[in-house]
Design a protein around this ligand. Structure first.
Ligand code: SAM
Length: 279
């Protein structure tokens, strides 16, 4: 095989999703760098592949990345896999890719399963523009702050979430964005209990609270774009905000009106900006 780093996607549940090209690549490289060698060893065993594995995970040092990059420069083909799905997507990978690129070696993607894309493809939310947000912060305060920052996004947002946090996260979404925003929930994709559900945030929260099975397994949460009508401010609020912004910095005006109106201060700030731009 040509010396390169092959970034190989593996299944996210259904082993039949390993592509023919992925199989051939994993069988043909000199070594496979894997997040968890025991876990990936099972996949290789299932596929009858005997290529040696070595550990490369989130806490691997820059030296480890340089070492692997050095092997490629010396003429070896190296594959990178993660526990499930596509390396580099909420998984280790990009540092190694950069190290390899830094030595002038090729990086070749061998695409396949990715939970975010699988969820997006089947959720029924707009896909013309989307933003991958990965995991929200675990601490409630930081998570709520992040949700507020994202409240007025005009693209579909894709989150990964741990099952034991899904109810709390949905509660925060409902609390900060209201129960009516469209969202979707994709659980256990490609597996036996696959569930894909598009509904309002309020309905999804009720379902998760009613049926504890809905808070089990692996989950992708998707949030639909801010509806067009709520991107516009009520005329009275707009006039008030503009008046305030004449007497104080725009950010302070947005923050103050946010505590009065309950609207996210970022939305108010941005609306001020777009009004000013159109004047
Ligand atoms: N690199 C992986 C990818 O390409 O999707 C993502 C790895 S990230 C560490 C793991 C998270 O991905 C899980 O917590 C879950 O949110 C999501 N995930 C992975 N497999 C999934 C599946 N089968 N169904 C739903 N979500 C999944």
């Amino acid at each position: 095989m040509e010396p390169a780093l092959y970034v190989v996607a593996t299944p996210i549940g259904n082993l039949a999703d390993l592509s023919q090209r992925a199989r051939e690549t994993l069988a043909g490289v000199a070594v496979i760098a894997a997040e968890d060698t025991r876990h990936s060893g099972q996949l290789l065993k299932h596929e009858g592949i005997s290529t040696p594995l070595m550990a490369y995970h989130e806490h691997s040092s820059a030296v480890a990345a340089d070492k692997l990059a050095g092997r490629i420069r010396a003429g070896e083909a190296v594959a990178l896999i993660c526990d499930a799905g596509t390396p580099s997507i909420s998984d280790p990978g990009y540092r190694l890719v950069r190290a390899v690129q830094g030595l002038g070696c090729a990086v070749v993607p061998v695409p396949g399963a990715c939970a975010a894309i699988a969820a997006l493809s089947a959720a029924g939310l707009p896909t013309d523009r989307f933003s991958f947000e990965g995991f929200l912060p675990q601490r409630r305060e930081a998570r709520r702050k992040r949700i507020e920052e994202l409240a007025t996004a005009t693209a579909t947002l894709v989150f990964y979430e741990a099952p034991h946090r899904i109810a709390a996260t949905l509660e925060d979404f409902v609390d900060l964005l209201g129960p009516d925003r469209e969202a979707a929930f994709a659980r256990e994709l490609t597996k036996r209990f696959e569930t894909i559900r598009r509904a309002t945030l309020g309905e999804l929260l009720a379902e998760v609270l009613e049926d504890e099975n809905q808070a089990r397994g692996e989950i992708v949460l998707l949030l639909g774009p801010t509806p067009k009508e709520s991107q516009q401010l009520e005329p009275k609020l707009r006039v008030l905000l503009q008046g305030m912004a004449e007497h104080m910095p725009a950010r302070s005006a947005a923050k103050l009106l946010s505590s009065y109106s309950g609207l996210p201060s970022r939305q108010l700030y941005e609306s001020l900006h777009s009004t000013r731009g159109s004047e």
